[in-house]
Design a protein around this ligand. Structure first.
Ligand code: SF4
Length: 336
């Protein structure tokens, strides 16, 4: 166990963890909501530091990040644990392992070793992903600092529930993030995720202000967050607060974990949501988990020209020239 960052001492050996918006107050020996941080006699410890549960080389498109070094490899890591308990979690076996199985495990791996492995595998980025990077913040921060020395970029795939001070601490080393905006309904966040909506909205604005390249993902769950007016509210928020050039991924839900009582999202629902996003003014709206759908590709928002042809996570053809549409020269919000 390593001493944690971002907490303060309180009365009677209690501590307040300031890493995420839960702001857990922990008595001696108590664990946080994430179940990977523990107070021991007035000192907060992280139990997952240097303990990796997953490491894979993925296409950056799998994060998903479609406009940040497209076609590159991303060294993707995770520890166990999460500060949310989404009933539809795709990675519940590792994200909820401490809560569901009472286990914290992983292979001992240092930040230096992670960066070396990323270099060896010719990865342009290190992605802190699969579970919630906020809860392994110390490992992500140290690794990010070393990665930058070797010109490797850092990417968070996150629920966006970190505290403001956590954002300010990681931002100098965080190059891009895909943040889930799971719903535009606070009740959904409380009932199905164990969090609140407003901190996520505030954090998206803060990350944008700090020049972190943003893409947004919304998993459309059948019968829960698939109504037109909610999708429109989400799109309007992105346009107004983050900019119409922000890529938005609308992903297909598959029954899993604690949400097996409903069907996968229909392709028509996803295509309808994509149309709502485009009509609201967004330039790049993608359908996710529907291989072969037109919505996987990037089109020029001005003339409609096909710019990046994708199938699943694979780029078939990239037609962008000088970060612009080759037909009408309209700039594309993309990092190569
Ligand atoms: S990271 Fe969040 S959930 Fe975990 S102990 Fe800190 S405040 Fe609580």
């Amino acid at each position: 166990m390593k001493q944690a960052l971002l907490y303060k001492k309180a009365d009677n050996d209690s501590v307040i963890c300031e890493l995420c918006n839960h702001q857990c107050t922990l008595k001696n020996n108590q664990w946080g909501i994430c179940r990977v941080r523990q107070n021991k006699e007035g000192v907060l410890y992280t139990a997952t530091y240097e303990h990796i549960i997953a490491d894979h080389v993925d296409p950056i498109e799998k994060k998903p990040l479609f406009h940040f070094y497209p076609g590159s490899r991303s060294y993707s890591i995770a520890t166990v644990g999460c500060n949310f308990q989404c009933r539809f979690c795709q990675n519940y076996n590792i994200a909820q392992m401490p809560r569901d199985q009472g286990r914290i495990t992983g292979i001992p791996t240092t930040p230096d070793q992670i960066v070396k492995a990323a270099l060896k595998d010719k990865c342009k980025t290190i992605a802190y992903t699969y579970t919630e990077p906020t809860v392994y913040f110390e490992l992500a921060l140290e690794t990010s600092k070393i990665a930058h020395k070797f010109d490797i970029k850092n990417v968070f795939v996150s629920n966006g529930y970190m505290s403001n001070v956590a954002i300010e601490t990681i931002s100098p080393w965080l190059d891009a993030a895909n943040i889930d905006l799971k719903s535009f309904d606070d009740n959904f966040y409380r009932k199905y995720c164990g969090g609140k909506l407003q901190p996520v909205l505030d954090n998206l604005i803060q990350l944008k202000k700090n020049n972190v390249f943003l893409e947004i993902t919304t998993l459309i769950v059948t019968g829960l967050n698939d109504k037109d007016d909610e999708i429109k509210k989400t799109a309007d928020f992105i346009v107004k607060e983050l900019g119409p050039e922000t890529p938005w991924h609308i992903s297909r839900f598959h029954p899993t974990y604690r949400l097996k009582d409903r069907n996968p999202t229909s392709v028509e629902t996803l295509q309808n949501a994509r149309k709502i996003g485009i009509d609201a003014g967004l330039h790049y709206v993608f359908t996710g988990n529907v291989p072969g759908d037109k919505g996987e590709s990037t089109f020029c928002h001005n003339c409609g020209n096909l710019l990046i042809d994708r199938y699943g996570f694979t780029i078939q053809k990239n037609m962008i020239k000088n970060n612009a549409c080759p037909e009408c020269q309209t700039p594309v919000n993309i990092v190569f």
